[in-house]
Design a protein around this ligand. Structure first.
Ligand code: PRP
Ligand code: ZN
Length: 300
């Protein structure tokens, strides 16, 4: 049966950020899962040919709502946005985390002007803090016994202290460039965030359930492959044990005889980053012709 013949009700609908940092990583992951995302400019809806999946390209802040209301079955969203809505709903929220995706790392942090004489968050007792994340900020203030006012801003939070409408900010920090450019010093981390795959609490049809499961397996494989490398090298047989201990995230390398006396080839999948330092140590231990190759896909 061709996918196009399926009733739309059986196609899994996924909410993905339309544009921004999360969008690039999300679409790259979907491509690595074998889904071709052809999207023309300003397109909100994208039909996937390879699996019964449709993408809805929306603002990141709208993703948890689309998923919790069941308009979308799945969503890829930053933990910051998800946690804020979950906190706003007081824990009862119609969506749950299906998988932590490990990319788009950032943190929600409190920062104050460098010249304000504020050294720790406790100096902010009674102050006003501008944020787009009022619920997470309030939870943090409660947990730390601080009485600060929150000023809700939907964007350009970092300029609030300069405008003298707030004493500090509680905003997303990734590289830290925005804080530095605005003369702000980070005082405390409120939440560490990564991209999440979330799913609606509503029951899915058996067909959708199967599609979602297949996609999840592919995502896990793609994410694992991203960090993994295939390493090949030659070494004297006597060095095998020492070299095997140096291989990051690998428990059983394959050892093959070479036609040269006492030399073997070692092949291994390293499930952690292979650094130049590691390669130098392997060479010092007797390894030669060391090759580190990317792995495209993995399924175990
Ligand atoms: C966040 C945040 C800062 C910036 C921080 O905005 O509001 O402006 O990123 O990143 P940096 O530490 O690398 O400078 P984002 O780009 O997520 O857009 P949004 O707030 O409009 O969603
Ligand atoms: Zn946003």
């Amino acid at each position: 049966m061709r996918d196009t013949a399926r009733p739309p009700a059986d196609r899994v609908r996924i909410a993905v950020q339309k544009s921004g940092r999360l969008a690039e990583d999300s679409l790259a992951l979907l491509r690595n899962c074998g889904l071709h995302v052809d999207r023309s400019k300003d397109q909100l809806f994208c039909r996937i040919k390879e699996l019964p999946i449709d993408l809805l390209l929306v603002r990141d802040d709208d993703i948890p709502g689309f998923v919790s209301s069941g308009i979308c079955d799945l969503g890829i969203v930053g933990e910051n946005v998800f946690a804020e809505l979950q906190e706003a709903g007081n824990g009862s929220f119609g969506a749950a985390i299906l998988e932590r995706l490990g990319f788009s790392l950032c943190r929600l942090a409190i920062a104050a002007p460098e010249d304000a004489g504020v050294n720790t968050v406790s100096d902010l007792d009674g102050a006003t803090i501008a944020t787009s994340y009022p619920h997470l900020l309030k939870r943090f203030l409660r947990a730390n016994g601080l009485a600060a006012r929150t000023l809700l801003m939907t964007g350009s939070v970092e300029v609030a202290p300069r405008l003298r409408i707030a004493d500090a900010v509680c905003d997303i920090v990734a590289s830290g460039a925005t804080l530095a450019a605005n003369g702000l010093r980070e005082l405390a981390v409120v939440l560490r965030s990564e991209a999440l795959l979330i799913r609606s609490a509503q029951q899915l049809s058996a067909q959708k359930e199967e599609t979602a499961h297949r996609l999840l397996e592919r995502m896990r494989g793609a994410l694992l492959a991203q960090d993994s490398k295939y390493i090949m090298l030659n070494a004297p047989r006597s060095a095998v044990d020492r070299i095997a201990r140096l291989l990051p995230g690998c428990d059983a390398p394959t050892i093959m005889d070479l036609n040269r006396q006492n030399m073997v080839a070692i092949h291994a999948v390293c499930k952690e980053t292979v650094f130049w330092e590691t390669m130098e140590q392997i060479r010092a231990a007797g390894g030669t012709a060391i090759l580190v190759l990317p792995i495209e896909k993995m399924l175990s």
